[in-house]
Ligand binder design. Structure first.
Ligand code: C2E
Ligand code: MG
Ligand code: MG
Length: 408
């Protein structure tokens, strides 16, 4: 645990009883520097006081005068660099939107607590606290330049990892999703959220996608030679879909590797709004005519939306992980999950649930019509040479969990 017994914690709540209770719970957990405030203004004074500035604030949402939402905005103005736990008697949806708002202000939210607060839940959240420097580094990354990235693509520093997609009903591994990583000689493994945007903004995304695709095709041909036929999915950026030669490039790469278009899935996410849809529509329609499979990624977020479903002949819909993980116990998520699933089924599409992280997510999916599942519970993304070994151990794991009970 990173949380230190002498770290400065501030509890802000207008109810004296709650203040005392939370302070007592924290003291019982071993924290020795717990301050309490019953209104936002005094709490802000504490934030400004270098000797007592809190590293963690437990903040009530409903307070007369300055409420928790306004307090958070003021925290940003006061340059608060610590973390936050939201406390409220309001329902889960209000807590969730407050949490999203705080994150948008770039304040680290460890989570939210519903009143009456359970000591165990409080402990679990406080345990997640990390020093701000570490948190900021995690969030911001190193900030690479376009030239360095171009060099990395050229030098073959990008490597593909692959994450299995399995059938919810039979457990069969039907395919993999290709996820690119940058094996940086100094910094180690760098994740795509730190360089895809850069590639898109500096005209490098075509070179990147071609490199990823070529590697994915050659790995997929190698698995097939060893008797494992998998559909291989590659992520395609909307920025790829402005180059009219894209369908031709993909077609010749597939032909060169001896992989059929039907076995290749192109996962499309629209991260930025496209003003002129003519080029992407032409490109996607031509790819589909050539029998490549199209998947709409992160459905329900950003611009992966109903308009795209209307306009593009997608074969597959991937429900974003933010609507999958935890859907079993959250009514809102579940409603969005089932609406997306129903829509896709109505349109004759295959459905993949992303972000299957725990046994409860998996059990939930098995009670639905969802076709495929992908997520950390099943497997984390891995290098190409681990895929066949993983497939064998997955078959064993599946058989063990689904074997009939031994007869008495
Ligand atoms: P995506 O296409 O939605 O890929 C799924 C992301 O979720 C991957 O992150 C994967 O590691 C992560 N993930 C998988 N299972 C779980 C889970 O159970 N829980 C959680 N919390 N996360 C899970 P990764 O590899 O960091 O990739 C992030 C995004 O970067 C991808 O999101 C995709 O949009 C983009 N990306 C990755 N490779 C490429 C590429 O070659 N080209 C382009 N244009 N974009 C790529
Ligand atoms: Mg994807
Ligand atoms: Mg996705």
């Amino acid at each position: 645990m990173n949380a230190k017994p002498d770290m400065h914690i501030l509890v802000l709540d207008d109810e004296p009883f709650m203040l005392k209770l939370l302070a007592r719970l924290l003291t019982n957990l071993g924290f020795t520097n717990v301050a309490i405030c019953d209104n936002g203004l005094t709490a802000l004074e504490q934030v400004d006081d270098p000797a007592h500035a809190p590293q963690l604030i437990l903040c009530d949402l409903n307070m007369p005068g300055m409420d928790g939402i306004e307090f958070v905005r003021r925290l940003v103005e006061h340059g608060y660099a610590g973390s936050l736990i939201l406390v409220s008697g309001e329902d889960e949806r209000i807590l969730q939107s407050a949490r999203t708002l705080v994150q948008a202000h770039h304040i680290e939210v460890l989570g939210s607590l519903q009143k009456p607060v359970q000591p165990q839940a409080l402990f679990q959240l406080v345990e997640q606290w990390v020093p701000p420097a570490q948190a900021a580094q995690h969030l911001q990354g190193k900030g690479y330049g376009a030239e360095r990235l171009a060099q990395a693509i050229e030098a073959g520093e990008l490597v593909n990892h692959y994450q299995p997609k399995v059938s919810v009903s039979t457990g069969d591994m039907v395919g993999v999703e290709t996820l690119v990583r940058w094996r940086h000689p100094q910094d180690g493994m760098v994740y795509p959220d730190q360089f895809i945007g850069l590639a898109e903004d500096h005209g490098l995304i075509d070179a990147l996608t071609q490199a990823v695709l070529a590697q994915a095709l050659s790995d997929s041909a190698a698995w097939a030679l060893q008797g494992c036929k998998l559909k291989v999915a590659v992520n395609v950026s909307m920025a790829n879909l402005t180059a009219l030669e894209f369908p031709e490039q993909v077609t010749s790469a597939a032909a060169a590797a001896g992989v059929l278009p039907q076995s290749i899935i192109l996962e499309v996410t629209e991260s930025q709004l496209m003003k002129d849809l003519r080029a992407p529509l032409e490109i996607l329609t031509r790819l589909r005519l050539r029998r490549f499979r199209l998947s709409i990624d992160d459905f329900g977020t950003g611009h992966s939306s109903l308009a795209q479903l209307r306009d593009v002949p997608f074969d597959q819909l991937k429900i974003d992980r933010s609507f999958v993980h935890g859907a079993h116990h959250n009514e809102t998520l579940r409603a969005i999950f089932f609406a997306s699933l129903g829509l896709a089924k109505e349109l004759g599409m295959e459905v993949v649930a992303e972000g299957v992280e725990d046994a409860a997510d998996w059990a939930f999916l098995q009670r639905t019509e969802c076709d495929l599942a992908q997520g950390y519970l099943i497997a984390r993304p891995m290098p190409a040479d681990q895929i066949l070994g993983w497939a064998a151990s997955w078959r064993q794991r599946w058989a063990a969990e689904h074997s009939p009970p031994p007869s008495p």
